[in-house]
Design a protein around this ligand. Structure first.
Ligand SMILES: [Zn+2]
Length: 181
């Protein structure tokens, strides 16, 4: 049991105060303050880790059924620009600058200065998920936090937003597996 547990995670020591548990690649990464014992952290968060691992296993299984989309860079950018324009009109918001960058932790982000950063890995997603992400980011110009008000704005256009969020996880793992490794 111990041995097989050992292969299931990786450890990275950094100068931080509290341990962090990440599942960005589908495999558990323990980010620990120097000197901390991995086993102690694993034991403390055992339940949480097990639940997360079960969920990820399901997602990985779903990922096998999905295909990565092939899209030209130019076509992708045009789609993103047109969606931003459409959603800004719809939500009566204005974007400052738009950046495209390959990111390893999120699909997109929006800053306090109203700049949007789009993860170029989004080009591997189906249209409807790109649509969802863009609308989600523009909605953040209205409401920065993922609170009740935010999800109210989202659910007006995407009643099935929970399904969208789940699909984005599945594609995230798929892209990690097929593109980034
Ligand atoms: Zn968000």
């Amino acid at each position: 049991m111990q041995n097989d547990k050992r292969q299931r995670f990786e450890v990275s020591f950094r100068s931080i105060k509290y341990p962090r548990l990440e599942f960005k690649t589908g495999k558990l990464l323990l980010v620990l303050p120097f000197g901390q014992n991995p086993e102690a952290v694993l034991n403390k968060h055992k339940k949480w880790i097990e639940n997360k691992e079960r969920l990820i296993k399901d997602y990985m299984k779903e990922a096998e059924k999905k295909k990565i989309f092939k899209r030209e860079e130019k076509e992708f950018k045009e789609l993103v620009y047109s969606l931003i324009k459409r959603d800004c009109e719809e939500l009566k918001e204005k974007v400052n600058k738009i950046f495209f960058r390959k990111m390893k932790t999120k699909w997109a982000s929006c800053s306090k200065r109203r700049n949007l950063t789009i993860n170029t890995l989004m080009k591997f997603l189906p249209d409807y998920l790109i649509e969802y992400i863009i609308f989600h980011e523009i909605a953040h110009l209205k409401e920065r936090k993922h609170n009740e008000n935010f999800w109210k704005i989202i659910s007006k256009k995407f009643k099935n937003y929970e399904e969208m969020e789940k699909e984005l996880f599945i594609y995230w793992f798929l892209i990690w597996k097929e593109i980034l490794f």
